[in-house]
Design a protein around this ligand. Structure first.
Ligand SMILES: Cc1ncc(COP(=O)(O)O)c(C=O)c1O
Length: 436
């Protein structure tokens, strides 16, 4: 039971649940009948709920805010986008400007098409990959998340897995997902190149694509090693498999050129969303010209009523201008590093084993000495303690996801004044959690 005053949120929940399943518009926003909060407004790195509680936010809506909430520069551009008029079942010149900007930041993005969400961009990428390769089966990495379309809503079932009793089983993360989707899918653990090689050797005639987040943004930010990414690239080349790098979380966050720049590995197709427009809903499916030209009459169909809405396109153009021409990402990186150092010092002072994974702009905090190398290693961390710690921090106004698989997202605005209050709250929360 929360110590914060949540009277208004609780009252609203009782109303909302009558019209909206779980009282929210994404299952992950439901925190319990007495704990679900409703937001009044947000600014910079802070949220205020309708009871007036203030939170320094490290969820950042699961990643889109790279500059901060209600960034005045981006919001002004969005207002200019409103003046353009919305969507027209026709195109604007601004789309070319944005596509060109993305190409200049991401070498693999030779051609670009826009979608509304990461889910849609991944769906489009898979369709292009299948059309190009003429093979329907594809590979995903255990612990990867690629949105809410039926074909990718599968993973190993870690909750039910007993590591002493063999391998984890494949499960869908939702009821209602047709089982036959799983027949198209092969899951492999991160950082095991020989397993990938064996699979491709045996099944390359059926497998057309490999879909990967090199930093698993929904699994503790567990990262591929450089050797693994090199092997992924060369095995895809060897077996003519389309390499799809899903940069929905890493894109325009971990580097101007995304995770591909970090690893020096170019995708055949790549997807972007979240940080691309600092919170405005837009995504991109991008890739090498040879593949992207499959999108054509008589070829791959891609589109949608709301694609390239003038508000989102304007916001994205402005966001990428800022990321390209200012040191915003250096600020994010430095804050993330300082935050890691501060948290680490506190944890070490209290003899709590820990390590950080991924990138400072989206760190996983893993409560074990050894860094995980794949999703199965998650079982080796003290995640019930992490959940307790996150709940305690919330009481002191610091919001990170209760599920330790979600990274701590940093935005430029954190660097203004969030470090000390975060570390103070963390220390108090840790002490309370250790007391039991
Ligand atoms: C790597 C990755 N791909 C795809 C998606 C789906 O994006 P969206 O929620 O915009 O549909 C997400 C969402 O978190 C993601 O992290």
């Amino acid at each position: 039971m929360s110590k914060r005053l949540l009277d208004k949120s609780n009252e609203h929940f009782k109303k909302a649940i009558q019209k909206i399943p779980l009282g929210v518009t994404s299952n992950f926003r439901y925190w319990g009948d007495d704990e679900t909060i409703y937001i009044d407004h947000a600014s910079g790195c802070r949220l205020w709920d309708i009871d007036g509680n203030e939170y320094i936010d490290y969820r950042l809506a699961y990643g889109p805010y790279i500059l901060g909430y209600a960034d005045p520069r981006v919001d002004e551009a969005a207002r200019q986008g409103i003046e353009i008029g919305g969507v027209f079942a026709l195109s604007t010149e601004l789309e070319y400007e944005l596509a060109d900007k993305i190409s200049s930041m991401v070498p693999a993005a030779e051609l670009v098409r826009f979608s509304n969400s990461g889910t849609e961009a991944v769906m489009a990428a898979l369709r292009v990959a299948r059309a190009y390769s003429k093979r329907d089966e594809f590979i995903m990495i255990e612990g990867g998340y690629h949105g809410v379309s039926d074909s990718v809503m599968w993973d190993i079932d870690l909750d039910e897995w007993d590591p002493t009793a063999g391998s984890p089983v494949l499960a869908s993360s939702s009821l209602g997902v047709p089982k036959h989707n799983a027949e198209m899918l092969h899951l492999v653990p991160m950082n095991d190149a020989s397993r990938l090689k064996d699979l491709l050797k045996e099944k390359h005639n059926d497998i057309g694509a490999l879909l990967i987040e090199p930093i698993l943004g929904n699994c503790c930010s567990i990262a591929a090693t450089q050797e693994y990414m090199n092997a992924v690239r060369s095995l895809c080349d060897q077996y003519n498999v389309v390499l799809v790098i899903d940069e929905v979380k890493t894109g325009f966050r971990v580097a101007k050129g995304g995770v591909q720049e970090l690893y020096g590995v170019e995708a055949d197709l790549c997807t972007f969303a979240k940080s691309m427009a600092n919170g405005y809903p837009i995504a991109a499916v991008c890739g090498k010209e040879e593949l992207m030209r499959s999108i054509k009459y008589g070829g791959v169909l891609h589109g949608g009523t709301f694609t390239a809405h003038s508000v989102a396109i304007s916001a994205a153009n402005k966001t990428l201008d800022i990321l390209q021409n200012t040191n915003a990402l250096e600020t994010v990186n430095q804050y993330g590093t300082d935050l890691r150092d501060g948290l680490s010092k506190i944890l070490s002072n209290h003899n709590v084993a820990h390590c950080f994974t991924g990138h400072p702009a989206m760190s996983g905090l893993f409560l074990s000495e050894d860094a995980p190398t794949n999703a199965r290693d998650f079982k080796g961390s003290d995640y019930p303690f992490y959940e307790k710690l996150a709940e305690e921090m919330l009481e002191d106004g610091v919001l990170c996801e209760f599920d330790p698989r979600e990274p701590w997202f940093i935005c430029e605005a954190h660097a203004k004044d969030a470090l000390k209050p975060t570390l103070d709250a963390f220390e108090v929360a840790l002490e309370r959690s250790l007391e039991g």
